[in-house]
Design a protein around this ligand. Structure first.
Ligand code: FAD
Ligand code: NAP
Length: 349
C-alpha cells in the first residue's frame, strides 16, 4: 500500500521512550510524525474527531512524561530555513519549528552572523525555543527573536506573535502561562547581526576565551567555546538520559538571600537581571552544598559534574523519577527553607 506524503500517518500505541531525552518509557494512544503544515491541520482534525488531547513534541528535551498519554502525540519534523529580509546590518531568518536548534545556530555561525552563538548545543527544536525563552551563557532567545507564527489549536487560525506578545521572561513566556497548550508554533523568525558583536562576559566563557587573540574572535570561535564548555560538564542524553537543568534557579527577596548568605557565606547568587530587588540563587550550588552532586538514589542521580542535572541512567519510569524528585525537594526544603521548582514540563494524567 502506498501512503501519500500529504496524508498524516497515525500509529497506535507507540512507546515514547525514544522521543524524550529522560528516556522515560510511557506509551501514547496515537502517534504521528508531522512533516508539513498540512499534517498539522490533519492532526488537529484528528483530535477534534476523537475528542482527545494533543501532545506536541520537538526533541523531548524539556518534558517529564509520567503517565501513558491518552491522546495524539505529534512529533514535529517540519523543515525549512530561508532569509525573509536582509539589510546592510541585519538578517531576518525564517526557520521551521521542526528544525534542530543547534543545527540552526551552526548555520548562522557558518554564515558569519552574530547573536545566537552563545546558545550553541542546546538540544531540541526551534519551535520549542520560545516556550521557555531558552538561555545560556548570558544570552536569551529574546535577544535574537523577531516574531513567530503559531496555529491556534482550537480555531486552526495562524497567528503572529511579536516579541512583546510572547511576554518573554527568565526561562519563561506566555506559552508557559496564558497561552499554554493553545498553540502549535510553526515558524520562528530570528534576527541576526551581520556586524561583529558579542556577549562574552559570562565568567566561564570569558575565562575560556582569555587565551584567544581578540582579533580572532568571531561567532564561530564563541560557539566552539560554548560547545567545549558544555561538553566538559553536561552529559549527552544519548549516553546518560537527562533533561538538562532539572530545577529552576530560585528567585528570592533580598531578605531571604541575606538570611541564606549568613548561614552559607559561599552561596552563589546574582541580582535578578529583570527584578533588581530580587536575587537568583544558583540551584546547582544549593544541591551541591546539600551533598547531592553525584549522589545516586533509587536508580537516579544528580550528575557528578553538575548537580542541577538529574539523570535517569536506568531509563526508569516517570513515577519513580517523581518519587526521587520528592526526596531531593524535601531535603532542600529542610536545609534551606526553599521550595525548588521543576523546570521541564511534567505531564501527568
Ligand atoms: P520538547 O521537550 O519537545 O517540548 C517542551 C515543551 O514545549 C512541551 O510542553 C511541548 O509540548 C512544547 N512544544 C515543543 N514544541 C512546540 C511547538 N512547536 N509548539 C508548541 N509547543 C511546543 N534549556 C535552556 O533554556 N538552556 C540551556 O542551556 C539548556 N540546555 C540543555 C541541555 C541538555 C543536555 C538538555 C537535555 C536540555 C537543555 N535545555 C536547555 C532544555 C531544552 O533543551 C530546551 O528547553 C529546548 O528548547 C526544548 O526543546 P524541545 O524541542 O526538546 O522541546
Ligand atoms: P554555571 O556556569 O555553573 O553557573 C551556575 C548558575 O549561575 C547558572 O544557573 C547561571 O544562571 C548563574 N550565573 C553564572 N554566572 C552568572 C552571571 N555572571 N550573571 C548571572 N548569573 C550567572 O551554570 P551551568 O549549569 O554550567 O550552565 C551554563 C549555562 O548554560 C547557564 O546559562 C545555564 O542556564 C545554561 N544551561 C541551561 C540548562 C537548562 O536545561 N535550562 C542546562 C544546561 C545549561 P543562568 O542559568 O541564569 O545563566
Amino acid at each position: 500500500m502506498t501512503v501519500s506524503q500529504n496524508t498524516l500517518c497515525v500509529q497506535e500505541h507507540q512507546c515514547l521512550q525514544a522521543y524524550n531525552t529522560l528516556a522515560v518509557p510511557v506509551n501514547t494512544r496515537w502517534f504521528a510524525d508531522v512533516y508539513t503544515d498540512e499534517h498539522i491541520a490533519q492532526a488537529l482534525a484528528f483530535v477534534t474527531e476523537k475528542r482527545c488531547p494533543l501532545l506536541v513534541l520537538g526533541g523531548g528535551s524539556n518534558v517529564v512524561l509520567v503517565d501513558d498519554f491518552v491522546g495524539l502525540t505529534i512529533h514535529l519534523n517540519t523543515r525549512g530555513i530561508s532569509i525573509e529580509k536582509e539589510t546592510d546590518t541585519e538578517v531576518f531568518l525564517s526557520v521551521a519549528a521542526g528544525e534542530n536548534w543547534h543545527d540552526t545556530v551552526m548555520y548562522c555561525v557558518d554564515q558569519g552572523w552574530y547573536g545566537i552563538e552563545n546558545l550553541a548545543l542546546i538540544p531540541g527544536s526551534v519551535g520549542a525555543a520560545p516556550i521557555q525563552n531558552i538561555g545560556a551563557y548570558g544570552v536569551e532567545l529574546t535577544q535574537c527573536f523577531a516574531y513567530l507564527e503559531a496555529i491556534d489549536i482550537h480555531t486552526g487560525r495562524v497567528q503572529r506573535f511579536d516579541r512583546d506578545a510572547c511576554e518573554f521572561d527568565y526561562r519563561d513566556s506566555v506559552f508557559k502561562r496564558e497561552a499554554k497548550d493553545q498553540y502549535i508554533i510553526t515558524r520562528v523568525v530570528l534576527v541576526l547581526s551581520k556586524q561583529a558583536q558579542w556577549h562574552i562576559d559570562y565568567p566561564v566563557l570569558q575565562a575560556y576565551l582569555e587565551t584567544v587573540n581578540p582579533e580572532e574572535l568571531s561567532s564561530a570561535v564563541i560557539a566552539q567555546a560554548v560547545i567545549d564548555i558544555r561538553r566538559s560538564k553536561l552529559p549527552h542524553p544519548n549516553d546518560i538520559p537527562n533533561a538538562g537543568s532539572f530545577f529552576k534557579n530560585p528567585i528570592v527577596s533580598a531578605e531571604v538571600y541575606n538570611d541564606i548568605q549568613q548561614r552559607y557565606p559561599n552561596v552563589v547568587g546574582y541580582v535578578h537581571s529583570r527584578q533588581p530587588l530580587s536575587y537568583k540563587l544558583a540551584a546547582g550550588w544549593l544541591l551541591d552544598n546539600a551533598g547531592w552532586k553525584g549522589t545516586e538514589l533509587d536508580g537516579f542521580a544528580m550528575h557528578k559534574e553538575q548537580a542541577l542535572v538529574l539523570t535517569n541512567p536506568q531509563r526508569l519510569s516517570g513515577v519513580a523519577l517523581l518519587a526521587f524528585v520528592g526526596h531531593v525537594k524535601a531535603d532542600i526544603r529542610q536545609k534551606y527553607a526553599l521550595e525548588l521548582e521543576v523546570e521541564p514540563r511534567i505531564y501527568t494524567r
